[in-house]
Ligand binder design. Structure first.
Ligand code: TA6
Length: 291
């Protein structure tokens, strides 16, 4: 029988965990606790998108899969010399637990605790645990504990890159009538209409105050991808489109056509404040079904 969890060297010699069970497989790089692959049994096409020119190197976030964004989303609010999207996605995490469940899924938990390096850019004591369960669904659960004596406020995102047949032809349901910040239009605040979201150009929208699941219907792959969530009040939808994509060194020129990011987040107005000794958990559950 295959070992449910194997730690080996992946792309670029980077440490990764390969998780395999009767219901599905996954791959997680220890740097950034970065899920790069999930394949439920029977799925023909990858569910998670990874860029054709993704770079696997120490300190560099992998372009694709599910980058784990913490403790701030986007540029740092007051100090742009600090890393975009926080530090968690480029830090080494350690494996803290693994187990197999009777339903055929396999789980791995990874941990990141505050240290001098994190304190230097974000002066708060914390403990983060990230549990990834691969089976018929992919479940990702990020727990943040405030181990200090003062409250702190953070943003976080599971910055999921989904594979689609053609981004021009997919629709996203679940964001109808939801307010959003349009980062492509000067951070203007708007409200989405009562129709599924379709993309016709560069899109970078932070939807606020929404706890709804998002459903991506992909006629080209005759596939429906559902991103359900808990503990998350924001959803981010992103595609760089052609021009921005061409300017990104770790994306192939046409990569933008076959990806859409549907991100489970707490960002901007939805940032989370945790009291001393308290914890917060955010989960995303991805499901792939025939359309
Ligand atoms: O989630 C969307 C976004 O915040 C965009 O603004 C874009 O910058 C994207 O993330 C990718 O960011 P990255 O730092 O990975 O290049």
């Amino acid at each position: 029988m295959t070992e449910p969890v194997v730690i080996d060297k992946g792309e670029g010699g980077m440490e990764r965990a390969r998780v395999a069970g009767p219901r599905g497989e996954a791959e997680i790089y220890l740097q950034g606790a970065h899920v790069t692959r999930w394949q439920p049994r029977g799925a023909a096409k990858p569910v998670l998108f990874v860029a054709s020119r993704a770079v696997y190197a120490p300190g560099k976030a992998i372009r694709g899969g599910v980058p784990l964004i913490f403790p701030w989303f986007g540029p740092h609010a007051t100090d742009t010399s600090k890393p975009m999207h926080g530090f968690a996605r480029s830090r080494p995490w350690r494996v803290t637990a693994t187990d197999s469940a009777p339903d055929g899924s396999v789980a791995i938990e990874l941990g990141l605790d505050a240290d001098a390096a994190t304190h230097a850019v974000w002066p708060h004591p914390f403990r983060a645990r990230y549990r990834v369960t691969a089976g018929d669904t992919l479940v990702m659960a990020l727990e943040v504990v405030n181990t200090g004596a003062a409250p702190f406020t953070f943003e976080a995102a599971l910055h999921t890159y989904l594979t689609v047949s053609d981004v021009n032809t997919v629709g996203v349901r679940g964001l109808e009538n939801t307010p959003f910040i349009d980062k492509v239009d000067g951070f203007t605040r708007k409200r989405h209409g009562s129709v599924p979201l379709t993309l016709t150009g560069e899109t970078d929208r932070v939807f606020l105050g929404t706890r709804a699941a998002c459903v991506v219907d992909d006629p080209g792959l005759r596939r429906r991808l559902t991103v359900d969530k808990t503990g998350s009040a924001s959803t981010v939808v992103w595609n760089p489109w052609a021009a921005k994509c061409a300017a990104m060194a770790d994306m192939g020129p046409d990569d933008w056509r076959s990806m859409i990011c549907v991100e489970t987040a707490n960002a901007a107005d939805d940032a989370v404040t945790v009291a001393p000794g308290a914890r917060h958990e955010m989960t995303a559950t991805i499901r792939a079904e025939a359309l």
